[in-house]
Design a protein around this ligand. Structure first.
Ligand code: ATP
Ligand code: MG
Length: 570
């Protein structure tokens, strides 16, 4: 990444009609009647890894623009390198796109579908003197490329006769030559200002069988030769990609011209990538994190993959909202992860059911509450949406409260529980601390208190002013649960820009496991993987796939404190 420009909200990048610059280009083309007034976009993932939130930004544009203008969007697997690709990724990619609510209908394609046409085009270009077989090593070819200020040098094979090129290319494809021993190059201009025009490689030899086409092919097209042509074969009109492809655009146009005419010609438009603070987004690095066991798989809740975000409790609408906020521009940017967190918080605040969970429990004993008695308290499911109703929670003499909600020697502004002080137990009674019980090492094992029977929630005595309100869970009916509390995976803001080993930047505290959290029985009865909850006063949590009735497991999605909203107010 060369230049990082901080952006906050991308809404400012929309024009008067509420369109971003890519959508405006599309609107202009449609208005001008280009391509017979058709819009067809495509999302072209290479099946060599799982999709991350950056890919989501790309396909929200591709599918979203098609939806907006009544066009279509293809899903095309860019499977031109059999050495790195796998079926496992194909299914995962489809699942992730569906999760965000998009569908390609019957428009599922593979670049490998076009291998015959691409091969024929290469042969035609050889016959027309526009391509040649080069027998130099890749090092030699790179050396002759020149620099942006110095022209390149012609290969000694550049003027090989057509017949010889045809024969060699055919034999390359039959497997007669070793990998790396020859390539097919386009004969364009070794002195071009655009380095991509200095006789770019069109085909290389790969002998690894392809997962779809087996060993039919021994030559495979390079991205630049395959992409625009695949767009053309598929009827794609707008090929939307990221800014690093800007210098490739003239080559895209050069190759497409070999096929297209005025009636239909695909075009490439580029927007800025998504880069997130405290996150690496390179597929190579993500693969390394997984392979080396530095995270627990592709769906580890600390990963920026869509599978990871889903397991973390992110919702499709929160991801779309975030992408919408950062917008699409032509400037590279580093986007703040706090904004993503803000989006999920805003969404879950509207939808997540409120429940009581004590993550670091200490026992509270109400001395004047009868032993064996149970009262049923009513807890609101979501104050943001009264239609969600309420649920019941048992109240007993012994309760779990948070250890952090008590201090024996509190500082002045501590509004939670301490000796002789009163607090409210949410939805129940006002209590007053009378003392503590300790073990022989001086650790607090229980907190003692009395409750005020006239202060029950809903009764007039409850209106008394008391500073703090604590959440609680009844001891006899509480269920033990595991909470996985996540922090940022990297401890620096821009790990992607670090010159050294990015693994040195991993935050050693990025996962804390709390084994003995106490959850209310109502929650324990309805555990379903992927369900989002707000744990009162703690944050948003999601039921993990490892969860069972005997051993409930939750992932923390995000805390309640919104550092983004706070920063925006300043
Ligand atoms: P690589 O090509 O290095 O394997 P990639 O992340 O570009 O990695 P692709 O499968 O080629 O992977 O990506 C598919 C599409 O997603 C491309 O059009 C690419 O431009 C887009 N894309 C990838 N990363 C981002 C990102 N961080 N932000 C926005 N779009 C992205
Ligand atoms: Mg790519």
């Amino acid at each position: 990444m060369e230049e990082i420009k901080e952006t906050t909200e991308g809404k400012e990048s929309l024009n008067e009609s509420g369109l971003n610059f890519v959508e405006q280009e599309i609107a202009n083309d449609l208005a001008a009647g280009k391509n017979g007034g058709r819009l067809n976009t495509r999302f072209p993932p290479e099946p060599n890894g799982y999709l991350h939130i950056g890919h989501a930004k790309a396909f929200i544009m591709d599918f979203g623009a098609a939806e907006k203008f009544g066009g279509t969007c293809n899903l095309r697997f860019d499977d031109t390198n059999p050495q790195k690709e796998d079926m496992e990724y194909v299914n995962a990619i489809k699942e992730d796109i569906h999760w965000l609510g998009y569908d390609w209908g019957d428009r599922l394609y593979y670049a490998s579908d076009y291998f015959p046409q691409l091969y024929d085009l290469a042969v035609r270009m050889i016959k027309e003197g526009k391509a040649y077989v080069d027998e130099q090593s890749s090092e030699e070819i790179a050396r002759q490329k020149g620099t942006p200020t110095q022209p390149g040098e012609a290969s000694p094979y550049r003027d090989r006769p057509v017949e010889e090129n045809l024969d060699l290319f055919e034999r390359m494809n039959k497997g007669e030559f070793e990998e790396g021993s020859m390539v097919l190059r386009a004969k364009i201009d070794m002195a071009s200002d655009n380095m991509h025009f200095r006789d770019p490689i069109m085909y290389r030899i790969i002998k690894t069988p392809h997962w779809r086409t087996g060993d039919t092919w021994k030559v495979y097209p390079m991205y630049d030769f395959a992409h625009g042509q695949s767009d053309y074969f598929e009827g794609v009109t707008h090929s939307i990609c990221t800014l690093e492809f800007v210098p490739h655009r003239p080559l895209y146009e050069y190759f497409v011209k070999e096929l297209a005419d005025e009636s239909y010609c695909p075009r490439q438009i580029e927007f800025n990538r998504l880069n997130l603070t405290y996150t690496v987004m390179s597929k190579r690095k993500l693969l390394q994190l997984v392979k080396e066991g530095l995270v627990n798989g592709w769906d580890d809740p600390r990963m920026p993959t869509l599978k990871g975000l889903r397991r973390r409790g992110y919702t499709p609408s929160s991801i779309k909202d975030f992408v919408n906020r950062i917008g699409y521009t032509r400037y590279e940017a580093l986007n703040h992860i706090e904004l993503l967190e803000h989006s999920v918080r805003e969404d879950l605040n509207k939808t997540a059911t409120r429940v009581s969970v004590v993550q670091n429990p200490v026992k509270l004993i109400l001395e004047n509450y009868p032993e064996g008695k149970t009262e049923i308290m009513t807890m609101e499911n979501n104050p943001e949406n009264p239609a969600e109703g309420s649920h019941e929670m048992p109240f007993t003499r012994e309760l779990w409260i948070e250890r952090d909600d008590f201090m024996e020697n509190p500082p002045k502004k501590f509004f939670r529980l301490s000796p002789d002080k009163e607090v409210r137990l949410k939805g129940a009674y006002i209590i007053k601390c009378t003392g503590v019980e300790k073990d022989s090492d001086g650790n607090i094992t229980a907190i003692r208190a009395t409750y005020d029977p006239d202060s029950r929630s809903g009764l007039p005595g409850a209106d008394r002013k008391v500073k703090g309100t604590l959440h609680w869970v009844s001891v006899p009916t509480a269920v033990d649960a595991e909470i996985r509390d996540y922090d940022r995976l990297f401890s620096v803001e821009n790990p992607g820009a670090y010159e050294g080993d990015f693994r040195d930047l991993i935050n050693p505290e990025s996962l804390k496991i709390r084994e003995h959290a106490k959850i209310e029985p109502w929650l324990a009865e309805r555990l379903k993987t992927g369900d989002n909850y707000q744990f009162q006063r703690l944050g948003y949590y999601v039921v993990d796939k490892d969860s069972t009735a005997e051993h409930p497991v939750f992932n923390k999605t995000v805390g309640l404190k919104d550092s983004w909203a706070k920063a925006m107010k300043k």
